[in-house]
Design a protein around this ligand. Structure first.
Ligand SMILES: Nc1nc2c(ncn2[C@@H]2O[C@H](COP(=O)(O)OP(=O)(O)OP(=O)(O)O)[C@@H](O)[C@H]2O)c(=O)[nH]1
Length: 354
């Protein structure tokens, strides 16, 4: 695509900058490095596999490897500031429910409303100690049953339970003794995940989104894990929506990469924002000095999630290494498309994978 790596005269003013291709070796530019860890298993010479293998059902990819995540310390204080909105959006968790999952792990799905869009953003919470402040806050005139129906209860629900706060059967602690930020021992694991209908629901092997979602859930439900949160943002297609992403796929089949395709459709390379995620993390008690461990390879996301005044602090980064790399190609997604997708993320979007 001649010209796309140079000036972009026809692009709208909100277009994201395009990163020039980076050399494949010696990549140590501190601005994007965030303490880049290159000790991960190197990918095979061809990133994944030359052979196309049909994708398997999402969820079936959950890796059998029971290793915990390795964190890399991060210090964003010296990072180039990003353009972030001055104030965070307002968010309100309106309902929460317990979801047993096919892996046997249990999670609590939290549904949020906000004052900037009409989408139902979600927090997928693993572990019993993470509570939403807005959900737990009493609502005028509500009954105990109302509270239980919207998920503002402690412990577990069971037939016949009458109090949201204290359950003599499960001997819950009263809501006033909910864990506070200070009782969390080490930075909790957090993933900010952007919606990908194709990769998470209809078995696409064009991207690794479904696999990343599985891996985040797996890490947060390991026996020794303190749990964690997947903030699931409804910004499909890196914010351009499903229809436009499908057009981008057609452009990719015509020879453009994922960044070029967005730009040709007159979208920024990445149209996402993370203020809602920051606000949801604050609501879930992740503000303050303790900070979080963030599962990502995306350097822009690390700083953006912290918010305009570093309301949330990313203390460590945990790399999302493709399963095919970790297993020498035995598991994970195998396709020419995902190989090219990962290569473009590394070369043009500075993703911290090698
Ligand atoms: N526009 C566009 N969006 C895509 C494409 N492939 C996946 N996506 C979207 O990209 C988003 C996921 O972003 P990624 O770039 O894979 O990862 P990331 O969130 O930036 O970084 P990580 O935290 O390291 O996963 C989801 O919203 C997907 O729907 C594509 O080819 N074009």
């Amino acid at each position: 695509m001649p010209g796309l790596t140079g000036a972009m005269p026809d692009l709208p003013s909100h277009a994201s900058p395009i990163y020039p291709p980076r050399p494949s070796s010696g990549r140590r530019v501190s601005e994007f490095d965030l303490n880049y860890d290159d000790s991960e298993t190197p990918p095979p010479p061809t990133l994944l596999s030359p052979a196309f293998t049909p994708p398997s059902t999402p969820g079936a990819n959950t890796p059998p490897i029971h290793k915990e995540a390795r964190s890399i310390p991060v210090d964003t204080a010296s990072q180039r500031p990003q353009k972030l909105l001055d104030t965070l959006p307002e968010v309100n968790c309106i309902v929460r429910a317990r979801i047993p999952t096919v892996t046997g792990a249990e999670m609590f799905l939290h549904l949020y409303q906000n004052n900037v869009d009409d989408k139902e953003h979600l927090a997928i919470v693993f572990g019993p100690n993470i509570r939403s402040r807005s959900l737990d806050a009493p609502r005028p005139g509500e009954t105990e049953k109302d509270r239980m129906i919207r998920g503002a209860y402690t412990g577990r629900l069971h037939p016949g339970r009458t109090s949201s706060r204290l359950d003599p059967v499960s001997q819950d602690k009263p809501a006033t003794q909910l864990p506070t930020d200070q009782t969390i021992q080490s930075p909790p694991l957090v993933r900010i995940h952007s919606e990908c209908y194709t990769g998470e629901t209809v078995w696409s092997a064009r991207c690794d989104c479904g696999e990343q979602l599985d891996e985040a859930a797996r890490l947060m439900s390991l026996p020794k894990s303190q749990g964690g949160v997947i903030v699931y943002l409804r910004q499909e297609g890196r914010g351009i929506g499903l229809g436009e992403k499908l057009k981008a796929y057609n452009l990719q089949d015509l020879g453009n990469d994922t960044v070029e395709a967005n730009l040709l459709l007159r979208h920024p390379a990445d149209a996402r924002s993370y203020g809602l995620a920051t606000a949801m993390l604050l609501d879930l008690g992740f503000g303050g000095d303790a900070g979080i461990r963030l599962l990502t390879n995306n350097p822009d996301k690390v700083r953006a999630v912290e918010g305009p005044n570093r309301e949330v602090i990313v203390r460590e980064r945990v790399a999302m290494v493709p399963l095919a790399w970790k297993t020498g190609g035995r598991e994970g997604i195998h396709s020419e498309e995902v190989e090219s997708y990962l290569r473009t993320k590394i070369e043009k979007m500075a993703h911290m994978l090698q």
